[in-house]
Write a protein that binds this ligand. Structure first.
Ligand SMILES: [Zn+2]
Length: 249
């Protein structure tokens, strides 16, 4: 889970329309939130990811659902309130069901930075405090097959790519390879690897955590600095990774 910046409501969701839809829900319980423009802007806001587990939800197998952070049954006034809507995968939406965060808080990633309350250990999320622990339990964020395994697979792939790029940088530094073409292959290869942990990528929290905690990352960075190849773009990418990564516990 990573911090999500809430974007303004869709222009179609005017005050009048909001009122009209809320009244319709109160009258007959219609799923008034199931609007194309609402789903479109929620997906834009989260880069097509579930706001809780970070799986991609634009794939055919994982339809995005409109999640009401404060459940619509208990808070009908908020049924179409933009600040109460989050994009979610079916798995997370089913687990949260009609849980009321006012009873015992859970993380709303639009309001709270999850990394303040969640850490990671061996691809499992660890609650650093009560709200972190409660969030993991309510959303079942350490489900083995659906979440821990995908995190492991993408983390393992990240480490394989890191091994590969470290070999290439070492060979270049030792003069085994040389020239503009090889230099571009290693610099762009390393940048592409760092880009896999950017906030718009699936499982960004996992990838950024794995990357920055791997000693081979530091070795690559040291070599690139020695070679005068650690440029402004790499500095920016590393800052963003640091903002997304979780503490390892
Ligand atoms: Zn999810």
């Amino acid at each position: 889970m990573i911090k999500i910046e809430r974007i303004p409501p869709p222009p179609e969701l005017t005050e009048d329309i909001t009122k009209e839809l809320r009244e319709k829900y109160e009258q007959d319980g219609t799923s008034v939130w199931n609007k194309g423009y609402i789903k479109r802007d929620l997906l834009t806001m989260s880069s097509n990811k579930c706001s809780y587990c970070e799986c991609l939800v634009n794939e055919e197998s994982k339809y995005m659902e409109v999640e009401h952070f404060y459940p619509k049954n208990d808070y009908p006034d908020l049924v179409i309130e933009w600040s109460n809507l989050l994009p979610s995968c079916k798995r997370c939406n089913v687990n949260k069901l009609d849980y009321d965060p006012n009873v015992e808080p859970i993380i709303n990633p639009c309001d709270i930075d999850p990394k303040e309350h969640l850490g990671m250990r061996l691809y499992r999320l660890i609650g650093k405090d009560n709200i972190g622990k409660n969030t993991i339990d309510i959303l079942y964020l350490n489900e083995m097959e659906r979440l821990v395994l995908p995190r492991f697979l993408i983390g393992n792939q990240t480490q394989d790519s890191l091994d590969d790029i470290l070999n290439k940088i070492t060979m270049y530094q030792q003069g085994v390879t040389n020239g503009t073409r090889n230099r571009n292959i290693i610099v762009n290869g390393f940048k592409n690897l760092l880009k896999q942990g950017m906030p718009d990528k699936e499982y960004a929290a996992t990838v950024s955590t794995v990357l920055l905690n791997d000693c081979k990352y530091s070795e690559c960075k040291d070599l690139l600095i020695q070679l005068n190849l650690w440029d402004d773009e790499l500095i920016e990418l590393e800052i963003t990774l640091s903002n997304v990564k979780l503490e390892t516990l």
